[in-house]
Design a protein around this ligand. Structure first.
Ligand code: GLV
Ligand code: MN
Ligand code: MN
Length: 418
């Protein structure tokens, strides 16, 4: 147990003002949408870089497009705090955002209290954490961990038809020096991320803080089903090869697979994207492209679910006379949070006498992608009705302030380790 740590006074109004300001950087027709590389994201980044500089951080954009503010010079392993500020479409105002703005508030409090850390500190706004903008997300943390390479970035495009290297360059990154964004094991002493839980466990249990024990792995596949587009009136039911009917069956197969007893506690599965062609009222769907996602904290459950979904797809396609392809994209592994990192978070929360629970993260995070090169830890705070990735996503300011205090205490504990 570490004693004699300075108490930091989190400035609630300042944090609140930052949360409200960044929420204004949204597509006005689709709040709260700030997709990575969009004009709203670029403008928010510019504002955020200014806030980093105002806080006394030596601020730069690394070659990958991560916004990094550094406190304290010197060589040696850095302490790192961060998360992301991009959102899903019609997303929320807290997912990722509380982790970045909370970290920034910690820096301001350190400086105001005259606390000097023994190691350099970096606050990072990781670029493009959310999936579906490019197929390489979470982009910034994966580049930092060396998991996304310069070649992969060079070939990628953005939804506006541009190239990913151009989009990164627009943010101030330099894709020609991408390797310089990479960190080796030992470069980062410890990484801490505060995040809303995005699920109902803390709220239902009446807990104020969560200490994350393991982060579930999302595995995502792109599936195409091809049938025959034909007249919706003149084609008898027996003669049809309807790609959407096949996709509907596959969707139910995914649901059934992850709801299988023994798997159900650990896994979830979603068909969250469908593109139907030609998508017209009087034409039998000739092609459907869709995504399948399964997540679990258990590798065996993931492997089983993936095989079962592939088997279901083959069976559905054969029976319906459809063409079918399935390509797994990035196959992630569940990430166990090192016990030492759980301890610094738990000690910080317990020293503040907070109601604290250890729990798995069902959502994924930059912390998980950074884990191959750094000890990572996560602080969870409750969110209303456990909802996230929707405009209704809400976290109480009191809980965000508490999470920021826990983050600060965990940081000081890490720094005090010899
Ligand atoms: C991150 O937003 C995730 O999809 O878990
Ligand atoms: Mn998210
Ligand atoms: Mn997030």
């Amino acid at each position: 147990m570490t004693t004699n740590l300075p108490a930091l006074n989190i400035n609630r109004d300042r944090l609140d003002a930052d949360l409200k300001r960044i929420a204004e950087f949204t597509d006005p027709d689709l709040p709260y949408t700030r997709r990575a590389f969009s004009p709203y994201y670029e403008a928010a980044r510019e504002w955020l870089a200014g806030r980093f500089r105002d806080a006394g951080l030596d601020t730069r954009v690394d070659p990958a497009g991560n916004l990094i503010g550094r406190l304290g010079g010197g060589a040696g392993p850095v302490l790192m705090l961060g998360s992301h500020t991009d959102t899903v479409e019609s997303g929320g105002r807290f997912d990722g955002i509380v982790g970045v703005l909370g970290a920034l508030e910690v820096v301001r409090c350190l400086r105001e209290s005259g606390v000097t850390l023994s190691r350099p500190l970096e606050v990072v706004d990781f670029v493009c954490e959310e999936p579906s903008v490019v197929n390489l997300s979470p982009l910034g943390s994966r580049i930092m961990a060396g998991d996304v390479t310069a070649d992969m970035v060079a070939e990628a495009t953005t939804p506006d038809g541009g190239t990913l290297p151009d989009a990164i360059a627009r943010l101030g990154g330099d894709p020609s020096r991408l390797d310089e964004a990479r960190r080796k094991p030992g470069d980062i002493y410890g990484y801490l991320e505060m995040h809303i839980e995005q699920g109902p466990v803390l709220e239902r249990a009446g807990m104020e803080v969560g200490v994350v024990t393991i982060v579930a792995a999302p595995c995502r596949a792109v599936v195409s089903l091809t049938g025959v587009a034909d007249h919706a009136g003149a084609t008898a039911m027996a003669d049809r090869r309807d790609a959407l009917a096949g996709a509907a069956e596959l969707t139910l197969a995914v649901e059934r697979t992850v709801s299988t007893p023994d798997i159900v506690q650990e896994s979830v599965g979603t068909v969250g994207f469908l593109r139907v062609s030609p998508n017209m009222v009087n034409v039998i769907p000739g092609r459907v492209d869709l995504t399948v996602e399964v997540r679990s904290t258990q590798t065996e459950a993931l492997l089983w679910a993936r095989e079962e979904i592939e088997r279901s797809l083959r069976e559905i396609a054969d029976r319906r006379g459809l063409g079918a392809t399935l390509e797994w994209q990035h196959l992630e592994e569940p990430v166990t949070i090192p016990l030492g990192m759980q301890e610094v978070v738990a000690e910080s929360a317990e020293s503040l006498r907070l109601r604290t629970l250890r729990l798995p993260s069902r959502a994924s995070h930059d912390a998980a992608r950074l884990a191959p090169v750094a000890p990572v830890g996560m602080v969870f705070i409750p969110c209303l009705d456990g909802r996230s990735h929707c405009p209704e996503e809400w976290a109480e300011l009191d809980d965000i302030v508490i999470g920021t205090q826990v983050l600060a205490g965990a940081l000081l504990r890490l720094d005090a380790q010899s």
